[in-house]
Ligand binder design. Structure first.
Ligand code: PMP
Length: 404
């Protein structure tokens, strides 16, 4: 008899890797550490007073139902106000029947994968792409086929070529996963004409596009881009939205906007996941949209992050001139490229010793790549920590460069 029981883990569990970013969340507990690693909103960006008032009001008005289980599809008034929000911001029309409220948009992606993917299925992603999406696809044993994005997004000709190759190999992709607005990690945005060209390729091969859009509403360069969903005449887009960056990630509220059959199947999958999303969060976010407060909040958040972005880019220009970047038009992140001799992965330990954290570029590549790149978050740290953290990072880079 064994004196220690060792569970037999599933193939899917063995295929999963822990996210470098989630692992690094632990670092934020160390008060000495300046963390540019996680995707945390700035603490000052949360509308605390307003949320407190809404919570009090909601409990006074709705009583015990605020603490009750809700329907799996989500609180109907919230589904309606999500439609209003998307119409107001993007001019996008949807019916509440097209909306499933989820526990963050991460869950929306997970449910979608659950209803679409069998082990070994091919998925096309951008290269680099969101770490949480890579984890999700791996957990469903999908084959990830990344496509380079440069500064403009997937090249439609290359996309077409890739799909043809996969079809010839008997692996028609199940969908194309894209973060077209303020891409995580690179911050790039795909312009409207390229969106149309990518949509045409998807249409030619009869493919679904999964449009992940947690940052599109916090675009501060006023560039006019419309979601893929706005040009979706064939109902082949599944749009994923989130309140994590506009209101609060701790309220774990996101949504999926898709054709009714996809919503129905994801709802059934959700019944076996978490039954329903957080009831109180749904009441509160509904009220926050319904009173119009969300629009002022979005403007506030944009201003806070634009200022912090400028502080960080200014510090980098002064302190780490070897770092190259495209100024992101919104969002929470800066994507840096260094000369080839800088390896952000091996350098990481040294940075942590100096109490500064970042995410190495390779975490965002499903295959090889990103060794001389890194993602920095500018939304979470205070202005003085942004300056100090970039100083620390500059010392590490200088040391690393001198070593070569
Ligand atoms: N997609 C992308 C591209 C993200 O960056 C994030 C958050 N970092 C998510 C989805 C998940 O967001 P949430 O689950 O908090 O809504």
């Amino acid at each position: 008899m064994n004196d220690h029981y060792t569970p037999v883990y599933s193939h899917s569990s063995l295929n999963m890797k822990s996210s470098a970013i989630r692992d690094m969340m632990k670092l934020t507990g160390n008060p000495q550490m300046i963390s540019f690693a996680g995707g945390l909103p700035g603490p000052e960006a949360f509308p605390l007073e307003e949320l407190k008032d809404i919570i009090d009001r909601t409990i006074a008005e709705h009583g015990s139902s605020v603490f009750q289980y809700g329907t799996t599809e989500g609180y109907t008034p919230l589904r309606e106000s999500i439609c209003d929000l998307m119409y107001h911001i993007y001019g996008l029309s949807a019916s509440p029947d097209n909306i499933l409220v989820t526990s963050g948009s991460q869950q929306a992606l997970y449910l979608l994968c659950k209803v679409l993917l069998n082990p070994g299925d091919a998925v096309i992603t951008e290269n680099p792409t969101f770490v949480g999406a890579i984890s999700c696809f791996r957990s469903f044993m999908a084959e990830i086929h990344p496509l380079a994005i440069g500064n403009s997004g997937m090249d439609p000709v290359e996309l077409d070529k890739k799909i043809c190759e996969l079809i010839i190999a008997g692996k028609k992709p199940r969908f194309i996963y894209t973060i077209p607005s303020i891409h995580n990690p690179t911050g790039i945005t795909v312009d409207n004409s390229r969106r149309k060209a990518i949509y045409s390729v998807a249409s030619k091969h009869d493919l679904m596009i999964v449009e992940d859009d947690p940052y599109g509403m916090i675009r501060y360069d006023n560039k006019h881009v419309v979601p893929f969903k706005n040009i979706d005449t064939e109902k082949r887009i599944v749009y994923l939205g989130s309140f994590s960056k506009t209101v609060s990630p701790g309220m774990r509220t996101g949504w999926l906007n898709a054709q009714e059959e996809t919503v129905r199947r994801c709802t059934i999958a959700k019944q076996g996941e978490d039954t329903c999303s957080h009831t109180m969060s749904q009441f509160v976010i509904h009220e926050f949209i319904d009173t119009g407060s969300i629009y002022e909040q979005i403007e506030r958040v944009k201003k806070i992050y634009r200022d912090k972005r400028d502080l960080m880019t200014d510090a980098i220009d002064r302190i780490i001139p070897s770092a190259l970047y495209e100024t992101p038009g919104g969002g929470l992140f800066l994507w840096l490229k260094f000369p080839e001799n800088i390896n952000t992965m091996t350098m990481h330990e040294k940075a942590l010793k100096r109490n500064v954290a970042y995410v190495s570029g390779n975490s965002f590549y499903p295959g090889q790549g990103g060794e001389n790149e890194m993602r920095l978050n500018f939304s979470f740290s205070s202005p003085s920590d942004i300056e100090e953290g970039i100083m620390r990072l500059g010392e590490v880079i200088e040391e690393e460069s001198a070593k070569q």
